[in-house]
Design a protein around this ligand. Sequence first.
Ligand SMILES: [Zn+2]
Length: 336
Amino acid sequence: MKAMVLSQTAPLNERPDPLQCVEMATPEPAENELLIQVAACGVCHTELDEIEGRLTPPRLPVVLGHEVVGRVVECGANVTRFASGDRVGVGWIHHSSGTADENLSPQFAATGCDVNGGYAQFMTVPEDYAVAIPDSLSDTQAAPLMCAGAIGYRALRLTGLRDGEPLGLMGFGGSGHLVLPTAKHLYPNSPVYVFTRDESVQQFACELAADWAGGVDAVPPQPLQAIIDTTPAWKPVVESMKKLRPGGRLVINAIRKEDADKSELLKLSYHEHLWMEREIKSVANLTHRDIAEFLPLAAEIPLRPEVTLYPLEQANEALRNLRRGQIKGANVLAVS
Ligand SMILES: [Zn+2]
């Protein structure tokens, strides 16, 4: 099969084509696994973290990609829940402990990091970690929901928001533009304010029903009960804390923060930003349940992610465009 593999980590500007297109053996499913023919795979910021070594895969080369949608083409001997031809998705959780907090378990294995992922024509996954894709979602629309959408759903739950309380979204990329309609569906009376540096993205947020949009350091119409930060930078953390109500919560939904503007943290003032029981919480990984709950919700809303398509072989270009921020919505590899 054809696959785009990462064999060496380096900054993207030093190595602008980080992935190589190779021919490799099609994997064979173990007795509890499905072999999936990949139809589409979303391109996530986490791939940049892996490529640049902030989140180093334990073994190289590795096939990246954890927003996978495809069709089952072969089942291991003990598989009972799926059959050949079923359309399934695989997210960041490839397998784990199966407990309620499996996202935090030492057994957690990440798709496209600890095991080969979806930047390839085929991949395998345990059946317990595959999710049926609702019929109303196309392959390429469902792909970004597997990570950006599902983890956005988890982040939203971790805010502890109650309907009517004001919510902020710091950053508006692959995850933010899916969280906004999800928030509007779950909390119909909560105003949602979006913070992002790019004015065209601010406008895009308002087209998607944000109640207001402004720059990272803009002052929103009212203090916020909760903010979800999906940016890779530190300034947005300090700026978010300024915008919270007393008792408000910042939920950071980013696997790694980059170091470029880490000095911004020195501007964090205890009195201005933390005092009055303001809190910061991170989101780590996903449980199978998060994805299994979120996909039917996405179909019901209905969520229709804005996607830009690339062939598998152009994954490097998709990654460079993601780095430059030159996308509206999500980048997706159309594999087959
Ligand atoms: Zn992701």
